[in-house]
Design a binder for this molecule. Structure first.
Ligand code: PMP
Ligand code: GLN
Length: 390
């Protein structure tokens, strides 16, 4: 007897993050594949959660999120970006950005609606769009510079375009969309009466003195943007799964309707702790990006020494490294698996984030790891690739 299967999920493999993490574990490899820090975020936040868990109610909190967190999210929007947000009407707490993404597609799309998205693309968007009956329209940004193909983008907008998804800073390629690019996108949204879903989970992981600027702050965009953040990234607590959506009241209302049937609520103690964390002084947020930037530089220079072509990375947890010059003659996925087995270092093929399977010779390495681990990974990779050349 065969089990019933959804036509959306049936053809999809287990995610590349899970496959590579499982292989890394089986091989005892250093996992620079899946994006998660190997050191937990601030102890004060975890202690706050522990106190809330023992001292406060553990029953269903309000559907849109506890008021302290909704106020903290509104406060962070004001403090970091000058956005005025009503915590009662314009903020929704979700079980991670992953749920927020699903809620936005379920709440905003009808069958036949088109959604423009940029490849390399985060893997949860496509299946959730399909489940909502939408049609994904991919625009490909290509290495080495991942620049915006403006003409192709303008051509992709049409009468059926309901949404565009912008993930900036962008996983996997570390691109941070510039003001001019965002202005161009904002203009297209206004002209075509389209909405924007902004996955800004890496908003505080931006390097080299740059600052994140939400598309929501551009002219005409406040009423047509849903902006998603994640405590997982902002506080290095990826297992917590606390996310938040900021959107104008009419947009948020329909997104919240999807949320009420997807998870309904998110653990209240974790919400209280994240509210506390969002009130941290500027030094926390600066320290976070400064420390990560140093890790980016450490891994990037080591990869360059081994012979990889390391592309610029303006934000996120990830660097992209080209291996064309190493002349390994291997497809990226096979190389990732071999490096996991032989070098005991795991990475993710960049091609996993494209739907065309062209075979781009690039790997994504995650650098939010302890320095000694990054050094050991580099030593292992260097040794393995040197043996290859003999
Ligand atoms: N969007 C992007 C681009 C991500 O990299 C991640 C990381 N998993 C998520 C969304 C999901 O975030 P969360 O863990 O809060 O669900
Ligand atoms: N966002 C993380 C990454 O890109 C992992 C997400 C996941 O495992 N689903 O590696």
């Amino acid at each position: 007897m065969s089990a019933p299967r959804s036509r959306i999920f049936e053809p999809l493999p287990t995610t590349v993050f899970t496959v590579i993490s499982a292989l890394a574990q089986a091989e005892g490899a250093i996992n620079l594949g899946q994006g998660f820090p190997d050191e937990d975020g601030p102890e004060e936040i975890r202690a706050h959660a522990a106190r809330a868990l023992l001292g406060q109610s553990n029953q269903y909190p309000p559907m849109r999120g506890v008021s302290s967190l909704r106020e903290a999210v509104a406060g962070a929007n004001r403090r970091f970006y000058g956005l005025t947000v009503d915590p009662a009407q314009e903020v929704l707490v979700t079980s991670g950005a992953t749920e927020a993404i699903a809620d936005c597609f379920f709440g905003l799309l009808n069958p036949g609606d088109e959604v423009i998205l940029f490849e390399p693309v985060y893997d949860s968007y496509g299946p959730m769009i399909a489940l909502a009956g939408g049609h994904a329209v991919p625009i490909r940004l290509e290495p080495p510079d991942f620049s915006l193909p403006r003409e192709a983008l303008a051509r992709a907008f049409g009468p059926r375009t309901k949404l565009i998804v912008i993930n900036s800073p962008m996983n996997p390629c570390g691109k941070v969309f510039g003001d001019e690019e965002l202005g161009f996108i904002a203009k297209l949204c206004v002209e075509h009466d389209a909405y924007a879903l902004c996955d800004e989970v890496y908003e505080h992981l931006v390097f080299d003195g740059r600052r994140h600027r939400p598309l929501m702050s551009f002219p005409g965009m406040a009423a047509r943007t849903a902006r998603i953040g994640s405590a997982g990234k902002t506080f290095a607590l990826t297992g917590w799964k606390v996310g938040y959506v900021t959107a104008a009241a009419p947009l948020l209302e329909t997104i919240a309707k999807a949320h009420q049937f997807v998870t309904f609520t998110t653990p209240p103690a974790l919400q209280e702790a994240v509210a506390f964390g969002l009130g941290f002084p500027e030094s926390y947020f600066e320290g976070l990006s400064v420390r990560l930037q140093a890790k980016r530089d450490r891994l990037s220079s080591g990869l360059r020494e081994i012979g990889f072509e390391v592309l610029p990375c303006a934000g996120t947890y990830f660097v992209t490294a080209g291996y064309g010059r190493l002349a390994l003659g291997e497809a990226a996925e096979a190389l990732c698996k071999r490096l996991t087995r032989e070098a005991k270092v795991a990475a993710i093929p960049l091609d996993a984030f494209y739907t065309d399977g062209l075979g781009r010779p690039y790997l994504r390495f995650c650098f939010c790891k302890r320095e000694d681990l990054l050094d050991e990974a580099l030593r292992r990779l260097g040794g393995c690739l040197a043996r290859d050349r003999k």
